[in-house]
Every structure is written in C-alpha cells, then in structure tokens.
Write a protein that binds this ligand. Structure first.
Ligand code: NI
Length: 168
C-alpha cells in the first residue's frame, strides 16, 4: 500500500496468448500461493496490466469461505446483478496485517479472456463475487481501504482473530 502503481488504471492486454503473459501468470500464482492469498492482480507484483488470478480451496486465511475455482482472467469486466449488497471481511496481500469490512454487490456477472484467448462468462454471488470485485478493483487503482464507509471498519488481523476466538 502506498506504491503509485497500485493507484493507477492498468492497461488492457493486447494478446492474451502471448507467452510473456504465461510467465507473468506463473509469477502471480507463486506469489499468491506463498502468501495464501485468495487472489492477486498483476499491479500487485509491479505489472500494470489487466490480469487477475483467483481461486480458493482450503485457505487458512479464509477458513469459512466457499470454494472458488482457480481462474486466470484477462481484460475482465463486471456487471452488477440486482441491488442486493453483502458486507464481509477482506484482506489484501498489498495491505498486510489488516482486514476491512467492505460492502459490495452480492451478485455479479463477469467476463474476461483466458490464457488460451477464450471467453469466460460466469454469474456468481457471495464470496466468489467478492473476490472477483476485489481483484478487478486493483486494475482500476482501488484498494479495499478506499471502499470502507467507516475508518473503524479497518482492523488488525490479530484483533479480529481474538474476537473470533481462532486463527484467520
Ligand atoms: Ni488485494
């Protein structure tokens, strides 16, 4: 947090099948796995391109989260479905040690390209929708603390873990 690249609008990818992009995604996967992240956007590792990855199996950072398929999304777009919102805790590998209570649309349709140049089109809700919105925010220079309605909704992980009575 604080690095200028994280507040910039990232550039669209011209050729999703470019081998250089494959190498970038491999770097992103390594970073995400090493830090137990639920997702990662290219600007978080210093590359200002519209590429995100996400996926949740059993994740110690999100023990109660429903699984989200491992996904690479290039040049993503999001359409909000309905007016319903949901408030939930978010963390970010660019905002270490902190969690925030963020309100977001509950249901979305998202589209983007895969590394094979195929179109991905999914309608999702809940945690899956939250993860996608969080990662795509990174491509527009938005970090989750900028979405908080009340600064008191930003807390240290240790405090939240204490409240929950367990590890997060
Ligand atoms: Ni993040």
């Amino acid at each position: 947090m604080g690095h200028p690249l994280l507040y910039r609008r990232a550039a669209p990818v011209e050729d999703p099948t470019d081998p250089a992009l494959r190498a970038l995604v491999a770097d992103m996967r390594d970073t995400m796995r090493a830090l137990n992240g639920a997702g990662l956007a290219a600007p978080q590792i210093g590359v200002s391109l519209r590429v995100v990855i996400f996926g949740v199996e059993a994740n110690p950072r999100y023990p109660e989260a429903e699984p989200v398929p491992q996904t690479v999304l290039i040049n993503p777009s999001i359409q909000v479905l309905g007016r319903e919102t949901e408030t939930g805790w978010e963390g970010c590998l660019s905002v270490p040690g902190l969690r925030g209570r963020v309100t977001r649309p509950r249901r979305i349709r998202y589209r983007g390209l895969t590394l094979e140049g195929e179109t991905l089109d999914r309608t999702v809700e809940g945690f899956h929708a939250r993860v996608v919105q969080h990662e795509c925010d990174h491509l527009d220079g938005v970090l989750f603390p900028m979405r908080l309605k009340d600064p008191r909704d930003l807390v240290f992980e240790e405090v939240l873990a204490g409240e929950a009575g367990g590890e997060i």
